[in-house]
Design a protein around this ligand. Structure first.
Ligand code: ATR
Length: 281
């Protein structure tokens, strides 16, 4: 029951109608008997500053931040966690004496993959060079990746991300386009991550950038898309007998990391998972 003592958490974005986060967080509060509630708030671009100020005034304890506010919101925070600063985007805010920004997107992907294998020392190919690729590539290098290949349709965008990664983390990174070179790089890759929107609902039959002939049995293939659960690239991975990590796992673990930041408690993966399975059915 919501009472005068209930602590408020939420999500700001535009749109927020289809978010799955409330299902996960509210299920975990209930199972852990924590007196919190998680509510989505629709915030337009020109209202972002007012929303952060208002949230602070209302003593909201924390927020998730989604499209289109992840970069812009940094202007209105007092401090940034080191990873969020490196990535240049925030998906989690904690309101304390100071308003602090974090980014749990990359950690969500790394924890999802690490259910299957460590990323430490591994050769990782990342498809795409947008915001999601940026969060994941920074975190995966911070988590000890051996070599990272950014494969992107627009080579300049891949180069720019590579330049950032090399400058800030002195990492072993290569940027290539989607062509023959990608084929070669995949031969001895350990992990492949799709961060492009190819195959996302409703375009579920869109041809993936990597097909089964380009994969091998020891490859781990992760798509960050969770709708559908088994995207084109994951279906190709199954054909190639490679291991798969669905996008739902990243969604779960980024949520778990945010939950920990706000409450100090590690929630159960199963509770998050069950909440999602119920709603995705
Ligand atoms: P996000 O913030 O979710 O990462 P984004 O910043 O729009 O989204 O980035 C999407 C990425 O997917 C981009 O790297 C984009 O490639 P370009 O840099 O060439 O635009 C990539 N992408 C999107 N549609 C694609 C397609 N049909 N084929 C290849 N790459 C595609």
């Amino acid at each position: 029951m919501i009472t005068g003592k209930t602590k408020l958490l939420g999500l700001i974005g535009d749109p927020v109608k289809h978010t799955l986060s409330p299902y996960m967080h509210n299920a975990a509060f209930e199972s852990l008997n924590l007196d919190y509630v998680y509510v989505p708030f629709h915030v337009k671009k020109n209202e972002l500053k007012a929303a952060i100020k208002g949230a602070s005034s209302l003593e909201i304890k924390g927020l998730n931040v989604t499209i289109p506010h992840k970069t812009e919101v940094m202007k209105y925070l007092d401090v940034l966690d080191g990873t969020a600063e490196l990535i240049g985007a925030v998906n989690t805010i904690k309101f304390d004496e100071k308003i602090k920004g974090y980014n749990t997107d990359g950690l969500g992907a790394v924890r999802a993959i690490e259910e299957t294998s460590t990323v430490r020392g591994k050769k990782i190919v990342i498809l795409g060079a947008g915001g999601a690729s940026r969060a994941i590539s920074f975190q995966i290098i911070l988590s000890g990746a051996g070599r990272v290949i950014i494969a992107n349709r627009t080579l300049e965008k891949g180069f720019l991300l590579k330049k950032n990664l090399v400058e800030k983390l002195d990492a072993d990174v290569e940027a290539i386009d989607i062509g023959e070179k990608l084929n070669d790089e995949l031969k001895d890759a350990d992990i492949l991550i799709n961060t492009t929107p190819i195959g996302m609902y409703p375009n579920i039959h869109q041809k993936p950038l990597v097909t089964s002939e380009m994969m091998h049995e020891n490859l781990i293939v992760n798509d960050i898309i969770y709708n559908p659960l088994h995207t084109g690239i994951l279906r190709e991975a199954i054909k190639a007998n490679a291991k798969t990590v669905t996008g739902v796992k990243m969604l779960i673990y980024q949520g778990i990391e945010s939950f920990k930041i706000w409450t100090g408690v590690e929630p159960s993966v199963d509770v998050f998972n069950e909440a999602l399975v119920k709603v995705l059915k």
